[in-house]
Design a binder for this molecule. Sequence first.
Ligand code: SF4
Length: 372
Amino acid sequence: MDDPFDAIDRGRRIDRQQALWLLSGAPLGRLMEAAHRVRESRHGDRLVTFVFDTNPNYTNVCRTGCTFCAFCRSPEADDAYTLTPEELAARVSKAHAEGATTVLLQGGHNPGIGLADWIDYIRAVRKACPAVHIHPFSPAEYVFMARKEGIGLEQLLKAIWDEGIRTIPGGGAEILTERVRRRIAPAKASVEQWLDACRVAHRIGFRTTATMMFGHVEEDEDIVDHLFVLRELQDETGGFTSFIPWSFKPGSTALARQVKTPAHPARYVRIIALARLVLDNFEHIQSSWFSENIAAGQLGLLAGADDFGGILVEENVLKQTGHSPRTTVEKVKTIIRRAGFTPARRDSDYRIVEVFDPPEPPGCRLKGPCAK
Ligand code: SF4
């Protein structure tokens, strides 16, 4: 095997064997440094972006039965819910009043909800909050809905495009190998179906993110395979905006008892650095205060990540596992600054909306390095 760090220095692509060594054996400091240099060459070393978003989760009804999920409920459960379009719009309005500019629409695979309901949700949110960017439904939900409606992915995605939607969150990817999916999400979109939903969306013109949930039954090879199928699809379509990893939160889920490769902050940082090096065709890599903890999120920013994710005014899925940290824009700005970067607010298409330069020290009128 050629030294992967040499390959990176020469601008050559990392292969699977090299990626596996970077994940399992490379010195972490060296890996972080190499990833940070790649980040610097793409984005400089000044700005870290974040988005002010909310994720109200329109329904928790789902029969798909993923073993890692603490959120889903059967339709008969006492605490099963499905928001009406008006209720969803009211929640988005509340988050918008607090400053949110983007809403993720994500929910369970609810057999009682059809495409017409999705469109009602989009229209109700747009009517209530025309300035809020709507970022709706994961590839796994599109696969479910296409099957439910008996239509192709292209017809379904075009109907959503016709509603003016232009970006889609890349949720439901978990680990993109069939070996792992059979164990944790056997009834959910397969690897090919998840990728195909992204492929069709990109062909229509949507830009999507791509996610990964690690820290359960996967092997290192599964993580490497996940990154390589994303890289291959990105070579084909160019439609991914960013890669967003997070770790499995066991809570009281069925999967909690089977965990083989528990996540920890050093693993999270290593995966972020590896992603920056393997996903050489992805513009953005996300490290997040929400996924692990603030310190791990900050370290991720020193390991190749250029984005700090969302503020998440509302989130209900991980909350059910007991993971429900809260933050504010001011706190996120401080966290980013303390990691040595300048915070910048972005939209869901990664366009920078506002840069929060450091305040001038009292009595100083100069701009520039001395103001830091
Ligand atoms: S992760 Fe999504 S699809 Fe899987 S059981 Fe939970 S709500 Fe349903």
